[in-house]
Structure formats: structure tokens, C-alpha cells
Ligand binder design. Sequence first.
Ligand SMILES: Cc1cc2nc3c(=O)[nH]c(=O)nc-3n(C[C@H](O)[C@H](O)[C@H](O)COP(=O)(O)OP(=O)(O)OC[C@H]3O[C@@H](n4cnc5c(N)ncnc54)[C@H](O)[C@@H]3O)c2cc1C
Ligand SMILES: C=Cc1c2[nH]c(c1C)Cc1[nH]c(c(CCC(=O)O)c1C)Cc1[nH]c(c(C)c1CCC(=O)O)Cc1[nH]c(c(C)c1C=C)C2
Length: 471
Amino acid sequence: MQKTVAVLGGGIGGLSTCYHLSKSIQVSKVVLLEASGRCGGWVSTTRREDGAVFEHGPRGVRPAGTTGKYILNMLTELGLESEILPVPHHHVASKNRFLYVKGQLHKMPSGLGGVVRTIPPFSSPIMLSVLKEVLVSKGTQEDESVHAFVSRRLGSELADIAIDALCRGVFAGDSRKLSVRSCFPPLYSAEKARGSILLGMLMGYGPYSPLQRTRKERWAQWSLRRGMQALPEALEETLRGHERVEVHYNAPVRRLDNTAAGWEIKLEDGSTLKADHVISAVPAAALAAVLPPAAQPLSQQLRGIPTATVGMVNLEFSGSVLPVTGFGHLVPSSEDRGLLGVVYDSVPFPEHNRAGEPTTRLTIMMGGSWFEEVFGQPDHVTEQELLDRAAEALKTHLGITDAPLWSKAAVLKNCIPQYHLGHWKRLETMRQYISDASLPLSLAGASYDGVSISDVISSGRQAAERLLGKV
Ligand SMILES: Cc1cc2nc3c(=O)[nH]c(=O)nc-3n(C[C@H](O)[C@H](O)[C@H](O)COP(=O)(O)OP(=O)(O)OC[C@H]3O[C@@H](n4cnc5c(N)ncnc54)[C@H](O)[C@@H]3O)c2cc1C
Ligand SMILES: C=Cc1c2[nH]c(c1C)Cc1[nH]c(c(CCC(=O)O)c1C)Cc1[nH]c(c(C)c1CCC(=O)O)Cc1[nH]c(c(C)c1C=C)C2
């Protein structure tokens, strides 16, 4: 039986879902519906005429595991192979990451030397905490906050500084609210399988072990010569050339109705489309807003997935202005609640600097879970406020007082979903509801099973594969 599948949302999740579906002759038509006038969602790049490239969303992808390999193959199929900018593990941007603690930058401990010695801001060697971790008895809870989990297993200092900062540097979130089970599944699974993170990592804890994975991987991350936006653009171009795929921009979905003959999808312009199956790759709250009243239990669960807002400032300076070199630095919430971290973009990707005179590109990220507390309502925050806050941070953290050559500031409202405690249970409840109600609906995108580009692409691929298995 052939089917029409509607994919909601033209972010990287929706585009990769369509790409996967388009390869199957089992699907007669794929219709992508995107609310805005462009593809890519939070993947957004400024390309200046002088060759400079600035990322306003993701800036690097980790090529880890099977998904990493799938994505690299996809890049080849899309003709992007020659554009890949790899950052190897031995690169200074992979080895040097900093924490800004008590008014000073500290290199995060890495390698054997970094973990066997006492390195500030920590008061004892990390190895000691790791070895003691083996003796800590196994937790019994079904879920726990990332902070509570790490405090219990590795001690409060690592939780307060390193893990607090890590959660800000990946989720723009609060480690005291984020769920270890949903945000860091390998840590949770290692404890469940082996009673210890260390033993789990060494002996394996599930279908694949991170140790086996990392041995094969030489790249820490990659970007693209024309910036990350080249990926959604290439996906879109390929989809447009496909006879069974329709791509609609400026097509916000306003209402989904589940009829005996499948879905009726109402768009803002009043038109209606029909589809046998819907794969939603819009944020959870956006899906909740368009589901029919009969699906209220599902909408309620979807609305319960919070998001964080990030204030982002991209700056370009003349010459080399950084006092240190590396990927960037993170700021724990105890140091400054509003300032999440600074990425030293020109270090991992000097190819994105403008041609000719040497420059330094930096990105300052602010707010996250603390956005409203520090800046107030996102709609009322001005670009100047963000620029001033960024300038103050660069002065105090890095001693940079030069005026930038170029700047861009923006509030990215509700840009990162937050997997709070019990997120796993919420996912189970939602999927059970969809199955019990026989709704021809699949969930993909960053709201559910991982926020990274790799996770999101994988979610689209899995949604497509499950559907194809059923067709
Ligand atoms: C600041 C920032 C930095 C990041 N850094 C990294 C990084 O370095 N590495 C990494 O791997 N990941 C990173 N991420 C995460 C990653 O970029 C995102 O999780 C991912 O891009 C989300 O993709 P998505 O398709 O799920 O959602 P989105 O990008 O949100 O796309 C959803 C799309 O749905 C559309 N839409 C919404 N409502 C409707 C509607 N009613 N009808 C039709 N369309 C609708 C929207 O317009 C949007 O285009 C970062 C994210 C942010 C915000
Ligand atoms: C300061 C805020 C943020 C910075 N990046 C992000 C935020 C919110 C978003 C982000 N960064 C990464 C991912 C993908 C995660 C993945 O699983 O691949 C997302 C959504 C990558 C990343 N960045 C840092 C770490 C430790 C990771 C995880 C993967 C890896 O180890 O490479 C650290 C980090 N992020 C930021 C800075 C300034 C920084 C550290 C110095 C910015």
C-alpha cells in the first residue's frame, strides 16, 4: 500500500526525515510543511561576502557512533564531502576547554596527567573521585537530576563546577533540574548495568560501549566550509529535485484533524491537505497547539516539555585577541547565572575567518534556564543589552577591550528543549497514548530523544524507518 506522509517542520529533523522517506518507493508522496520562509530551523549561518562565516546555532557535530557514520555518508550523498572541516582529537580546540571559576580561567583536566594531579579549581585529583566512585552503592531511583547523580557518585565539587557547566554548555540548562536518564543515558545505563560509571565505561553497559566507539573515531567534531546551514540547504535542494516530494515554505500548520480517511491538515492560509501519516518534527509545544481536542492527554504531555532561551552574540575582532587557545570556556551557574560561556570560533574553524587580515571570531552565549531571571521577558530584551553584557564578559574573563569589527546579537527564544526529571516517563506515556489511540503520528526532532544534530537526524531516520516497516 502506498501512502502520503506529511512531515511538519523544516528544521534539520524534518528535512532528514523527508530525505529518508524519499528513498523508499513505499511512500507515494512526502509533503514537508515549514512555517517560515527558510529551511534549517535553529541551524543558521551568516556568510559574508569577504568569506567570513558566523554560526548562530550549532557550530560543530560530533561524528560519534553509527549515527555519526550515517551522517557522514549522507554528506557524501549530498555532495558535501569536499566541504567538511574536521577537527581532529589532537587539535588544540579538542584538547583545550576552559572553566571560568572565581574570576580565573582554568583548563579543564584532560588526559592521564590532568586527572591524576590536583588541578584548580578542583581541590583533589579527579582520578580519586573516579576510583572512589566504584565503591559507591548503586542508586535505586528510576530517574535523578544530573547534579544529584554526579554528587552522589563523584562528589559535590565535580557536580557543582564541572557538571553544572557541562549542562549549561550542551542544554543551556540547570543540572539540578535536568534528568540524568534522558540527558546522559550512558551514565545512567553504566550505573544500572555495572553499579558504577567507571565499570560501565570499561566493561560496557549495553548494545555498544563508548570505549569501542571512540577507538575508531579520529574526529572530535566537524563543520562545513560554508557553515552548518549548508547541510539543510543541500537536503532541501535534493528533496526539491525529487518527484515524490513537495516542499512548502510559509506553510504554518494550524490544525490537525484525525478522520476515518487519515489526517486533514489545515494551514494558516485556510487550505487543507490530506495525509495518511504525520511525522511531527516541530517543537513539542508547537505540535500540542495543533492537535485536535480529542488528543488533549497527548497535548498536555507535550506542553510539559520546557525549553530554554539563549541570548547569542557573535563578534569579530581584528587580529588575535585571545589570551588562551582552545574551544572556549564555560561558566558554572555559581560564578554567573546569566553568562553560559564563550566559544572561540576561530580556533576550531579558522577557515571561517575572513580572507586577508587576521581576525578572531567569538560567540557569547547567555541566559538559558536563567534567561528570564537575569534578562526579563525575551521579547523585551534589546540587542544592545546583549552586546553590553557580552562586552563586559569578554573584558572580565579574557581581558578583551577592543571594539569589535562586526557584531550580531539575537534572542533565540525557546531554542533548546529541557529534559527534566521524569522525561523518560513522559515519552513512554506519550508513545503509549499514540499507540492505544492508533494515531497515525510519529514524533521526531529535538524535543524527545536528544538535542544534538546527530540525535535529531537519528530521530528523523528512526521515525521514517518505523513507518516504512509498517507500510
Ligand atoms: C544556540 C544553539 C547551539 C547549538 N549548538 C549545537 C552544536 O554545537 N552541536 C549540535 O550537535 N547541536 C547543537 N544545537 C542543537 C541543534 O542545533 C538543535 O537541537 C536542532 O537544530 C533542532 O532541530 P529540529 O529540527 O528538531 O528543530 P528546529 O530547528 O526547531 O526546527 C523546527 C522547525 O519547525 C518549524 N515549525 C514550528 N511550528 C510549526 C508549525 N506549526 N507548522 C510548520 N512548521 C513549524 C519551525 O519554523 C522550524 O523550522 C544547538 C542549538 C542551539 C539553539
Ligand atoms: C554555552 C552554551 C552552549 C554552547 N554550546 C551549546 C550551548 C547551549 C549547545 C551545544 N553544544 C554542543 C551540543 C551537542 C551535544 C552533543 O551531544 O553533541 C549542543 C546542543 C556540543 C558541546 N559543547 C560543549 C560540550 C562539552 C559539548 C558536548 C560534545 C563534545 O564534547 O564536544 C562545551 C561547550 N559548549 C559551549 C562552550 C563555550 C563550551 C565549552 C568550552 C557553547
